[in-house]
Ligand binder design. Sequence first.
Ligand SMILES: Nc1ncnc2c1ncn2[C@@H]1O[C@H](COP(=O)(O)OP(=O)(O)OP(=O)(O)O)[C@@H](O)[C@H]1O
Ligand SMILES: [Mg+2]
Length: 243
Amino acid sequence: MNTQGIIHVSHLSKVYKTEGMETTALSDISFDIQKGEFVAIMGPSGSGKSTLMHILGALDTPTTGQYILDGENVENLTDDELADIRNKKIGFIFQAFNLLPRITVLQNVMLPMRYAGIPEEERKKTAQKYLEMVGLGHRLSHTSSQISGGQQQRVAIARGLAMNPALLLADEPTGNIASAQAEEIMAIFQELNNKQGHTIVMITHEPDIAAHSKRIITVKDGKIISDKKNPKPIPAKRTNAID
Ligand SMILES: Nc1ncnc2c1ncn2[C@@H]1O[C@H](COP(=O)(O)OP(=O)(O)OP(=O)(O)O)[C@@H](O)[C@H]1O
Ligand SMILES: [Mg+2]
């Protein structure tokens, strides 16, 4: 086994069973992702991208096949061990942002650090730093129901980054935001990847966004149909375009 691989997936399948109906979302998928990669996953709607992301984030289990995350066979971990890995090693930015609507933007970003037992002052400082990074320093005390969809997306990004995760999983991180802001988010991802060595796996529908990554995996009907290195990732510019 390659000891450097942060993700090792082998012959993975996922079949959803609902009311007597079976849907094959993933079918015999195998690949590895090394530490420090920046991977874009592309493919049409319903091709299995989010299903794959949930499994990679240890939020769901495959029907068959193996998933080894940073040397640990996910199948053998207890629920407590999984929760701990999710909290400490993985940053999630999902399609449904899962922000708590009644607490403030700042508190939403502080929350994962609270689960990790980080002292309040440090939580506040870190949360503020990442919210400023995504251009929301002026919205700290709004609740997440009082900000726009694109701003909510950016709160979710700040929250995903706040624990400084070795592995960042992002499902359409630029899906609901204007293109100048998307460019800014990509600049942040590239900075994390190039300067800090974070591994990033990002789902996107947009070829322009995927062009910033170092490798593009394309999924169709639950199968990988192409997996290519991107020899010349387009550098995204920090434009301070965020409002
Ligand atoms: N909980 C579920 N129960 C049953 N079927 C599901 C469930 N989640 C997803 N599916 C089905 O599995 C397939 C893959 O869904 P998935 O959400 O992974 O697609 P996707 O590639 O992320 O699509 P999109 O680009 O629209 O987000 C789809 O056919 C979908 O209808
Ligand atoms: Mg999806």
